[in-house]
Structures are given as structure tokens and as C-alpha cells.
Design a protein around this ligand. Structure first.
Ligand code: GAP
Length: 432
């Protein structure tokens, strides 16, 4: 597997487990891979959806002040001119004078070329625009240029007026969106940490300009609640006040929430005060009013915006890193993923004690069907002996293993084994 510059033993163990057990595979692996892309396997897609569904429920469904949208990835090229991305969405890139490899300037921390090892022999940095360019329709000229969106945010701003006209929300209110974003990163790295195709979960929260600090503070607290809800230990999450010179062109204040990944402390998500930058641009470029009219009054203004922006891959990598645990059971090393139950891709694994005893298999199938109907994320596992099944389920983070044995045929009860404590309990099937 291409390691995309994975720099750490624990990270390597996680990447290898993620591949072996069907969470995440390298993109296009069978054809030799495509740098900066990753595919989700059967367990990865469940974990990812559990995270995204939790976010959607917490920030959209359970709130009265939030609306959801799902905008197209391809947008009119004017969007990216107005937003400033065509001019400024770039990273400094250097080229090795020896092997002609190209790198993000800040990735050359040792002065050595990461590909050929040649020291201190690079071109002057040039700005490289990270948007993927394409053409819409059969004619490839200037007018048909479009981009794969580099942030989902613009699909929210372009629908701000539509949502107001359809729903007449009171201010403050927000619009949330989840979806793919694309950046032609010069140096993708560290597994799914920096990729070229990824998923964002973004909120644009519209406020009166004089109230921005209040809303910023509210979202700051909500971000902490989210980190707790996905099971990240508080001591591994840190706020970083981004200094003026490092903030995105649209932001007057940004706090990066960073996580102590195995590769080091790195950005997990961002909380920005985007002012009226985007709505102001749309108003100027389109000539259409972006005013919010306070109901029953003549008060009109272009709202300011607080933007909490979450990356799905970085969240998933934090969840995997926090869950990855090694311990010892009866003198043997054990690896398990200690996912919070609500995120675990498989909630229950069901098996007959012996797979060659038809009466046990029939009973176990009954229990399996019962649980599957109730929870969906239930796995049938009758491979190998029971000890091996437990280890396998531990490795994918299944909180409970249910075993049907000969006693079950008499007492209609099963053994439930707890992933974290390895304790076993006898429970009546009717109480499962
Ligand atoms: N709309 C604001 C915005 O896009 P950003 O800080 O550029 O802000 C927001 O991106 C989040 O998207 C980041 O905090 C990170 O979680 C995720 N993200 C950005 N670039 C990424 C990449 N190349 N690979 C994976 N996730 C990325």
C-alpha cells in the first residue's frame, strides 16, 4: 500500500488494521493507486455514516434554527471568482532541482528532497492553485470552465436567499451541508489526514453583525460538545487561535480545533468568523440583494457569518486513533477499537458455540435475525473457534459478542461478552 508519508508506528498499525479489516483501502489500489484518494470498505462506510448522521442530527435535525441543503458539486465559475478562490486559493510550491519532484514549501522541513534526498536544491516557491478545473458540456473554452468545489460552504451561500424566501427564518439561523470537497493538494500525507478528495460538514450561521461574538462563543461550546459526543478524550483536543497572517482571506477570527493524532497535534476542524465577506461578494457580483429583512420592521442588513467547518476524514482519523487500544488478556497482546457504542460499525456479533451442530446454528440464526431487525448493524460470525471470533470482533470494535450454546436450547438465554472488560454475562433472549 502506498503509505502517503505515514510517519509513525501507531499510525502504521491503524492504517494496516483499517485495510485488513475492511475500513479504508487505498483509492484505485488494484491499478497501482491514485495519490491522495482513499476508498471506504464495508466497515469504514458504516463508521463514516454513523459520524455524519450524528453530526446531522445534533446540528440540523435537533435544532429549531438550522436548515439543511445538499447543493451541486459543480458550480458556476463566477462563484469561485467572487469568493476569491480563483485568485487566492493556493499553496506555495517548490520544485527539486535534481529530480523535479514538486512539494508544498512547508513540507520541506529538513531541507532535503523527500523523493531523491538532495539537500537544499529547490526552486523559489510559486503559488499553485488547488482547485480541480474541468469543463461543463462538450465545448472546452473559457466560458465552460468549472471547478470541483474546494469547500461546501459556497453551496450554502448561493442558497441563502432561497432558504430565506422559502422558510422566512428568524435571525440568527444557520444552514448546514455535508458533502464532497476537492483540493489538488501538492503533498497529500498521513493516510486520510490530507487528501485530494474528502468530505466536509459545514455550517454557515447568519447573525446580526453586532452579535457575532455571542454566536462564535455558542459554536465554540457546541464544537466541544460534538467532540465529546464522538468520544474524543477532552485532553487530546486543543484550541488554537489562528494569528492574523495565517487566517484564510475571508476570516476576521479563526479558532482551529486540533487533535493529538499519533502523527502529532494537527487541525481537526475550524471555527471562523467570515463576516459579510461572502454575501457581500454575491450581492456585488450578481446585483441581487442579500439583505435580511427583520420581520414586521423596515430593518434590513446583510448578515454576518459564523462558520464551524468539520472534515469527515479528520474526524474519522481522530475517532480511530482515540479508539485504538492495546492491552493484554491472559498474557496475550490484544488490539481492539474502543469505539463509543453509537459509532461502532457492528453493534453485535452473533455466533453458535460450534458451527457443526445444526441445532445451535438454527437457534443462533434466530437470535441473529432478531437482533438484525432491531439494530441493523449485526454480524454473523462462525469462523474459527470462539477465542478467535472474539479477537476478530475486538479488532473491528464490536461492543458485544452473543454466543448461543447448548444451555440456550434449554434456558433460552445467551452469553454476552463485553469488548472492553471481556466479561461474560448470561442474558435471556427476550431481554436482548
Ligand atoms: N469552508 C471553510 C474551509 O473549507 P478549511 O480549514 O480549508 O476551511 C475545513 O477546511 C476542514 O476541512 C478542515 O478543518 C479539515 O477538517 C478539512 N480539510 C481541509 N482540507 C482537507 C484535506 N486536504 N484533506 C482532508 N480534510 C481536509
Amino acid at each position: 500500500m502506498s503509505n502517503e508519508n505515514i510517519r509513525n508506528e501507531k499510525m502504521e498499525a491503524i492504517v494496516s488494521l483499517a485495510k485488513r479489516r475492511g475500513f479504508i483501502y487505498q483509492g484505485s489500489e488494484v491499478y497501482g493507486g491514485l495519490s491522495g484518494t482513499w476508498d471506504y470498505g464495508p466497515l469504514g462506510v458504516r463508521l463514516k455514516r454513523n459520524i455524519m448522521n450524528l453530526w446531522w442530527k445534533m446540528f440540523v435535525e435537533e435544532r429549531d434554527d438550522m436548515y439543511g441543503v445538499d447543493a451541486a458539486i459543480l458550480m458556476n465559475q463566477k462563484v469561485w471568482v467572487a469568493s476569491g478562490h480563483t485568485n487566492t486559493f493556493s499553496d506555495p510550491m517548490v520544485e527539486c532541482n535534481n529530480c523535479h519532484g514538486r512539494f508544498r514549501a512547508d513540507a520541506i522541513d529538513t531541507g532535503k528532497c523527500p523523493t531523491c534526498g538532495k539537500e537544499n536544491s529547490f526552486s523559489e516557491p510559486v503559488q499553485f492553485n488547488m482547485m480541480f478545473k474541468t469543463h461543463v458540456g462538450p465545448v472546452e473554452d473559457e466560458s465552460s470552465i468549472s471547478y470541483l468545489r474546494p469547500e461546501t460552504a459556497q453551496g450554502i451561500f448561493t442558497n441563502y436567499r432561497n432558504v430565506i424566501d422559502s422558510f422566512h427564518p428568524d435571525i440568527p439561523f444557520g444552514i448546514g451541508q455535508q458533502g464532497k470537497a476537492f483540493r489538488n493538494e501538492i503533498s497529500p500525507r498521513d493516510f486520510i489526514f490530507r487528501t485530494r478528495e474528502f468530505e466536509q460538514m459545514e455550517i454557515e450561521y447568519f447573525v446580526k453583525s453586532e452579535k457575532w461574538e455571542e454566536s462564535f462563543e455558542m459554536w465554540r461550546q457546541l464544537v466541544w460538545q460534538y467532540c465529546e459526543a464522538i468520544g474524543l478524550p477532552t485532553e487530546l483536543v486543543h484550541e488554537f487561535e489562528v494569528p492574523d497572517k495565517d487566517r484564510a482571506h475571508y476570516s476576521k477570527r479563526t479558532i482551529d480545533f486540533e487533535f493529538d493524532y499519533p502523527i502529532g497535534r494537527e487541525e481537526l476542524l475550524g471555527l471562523a468568523y467570515r463576516t459579510d465577506f461572502d454575501l457581500g461578494n454575491i450581492q456585488r457580483e450578481t446585483g441581487k440583494s442579500m439583505d435580511y429583512n427583520v420581520k414586521g420592521t423596515n430593518e434590513k442588513f446583510v448578515p454576518h457569518v459564523i462558520e464551524p467547518s468539520f472534515g469527515v476524514e479528520r474526524t474519522l482519523m481522530a475517532v480511530l486513533s482515540a479508539a485504538y487500544t492495546e492491552d493484554e488478556i491472559n498474557g496475550e497482546k490484544r488490539v481492539f477499537l474502543k469505539f463509543p457504542e453509537h459509532l461502532a460499525p457492528v453493534k453485535y456479533a452473533v455466533s453458535p458455540l460450534l458451527k457443526n451442530k445444526p441445532e445451535l446454528v438454527t437457534k443462533a440464526r434466530e437470535v441473529y435475525k432478531l437482533l438484525k431487525k432491531k439494530y441493523g448493524a449485526v454480524m454473523w460470525d462462525d469462523n474459527g473457534n470462539i477465542g478467535k471470533r472474539y479477537r476478530r470482533q475486538d479488532e473491528i470494535g464490536t461492543p458485544y459478542c452473543v454466543v448461543v450454546d447448548f444451555d440456550t436450547l434449554d434456558d433460552n438465554a445467551v452469553t454476552i461478552r463485553n469488548r472492553d472488560t471481556t466479561e461474560q454475562k448470561r442474558v435471556a433472549i427476550s431481554e436482548l
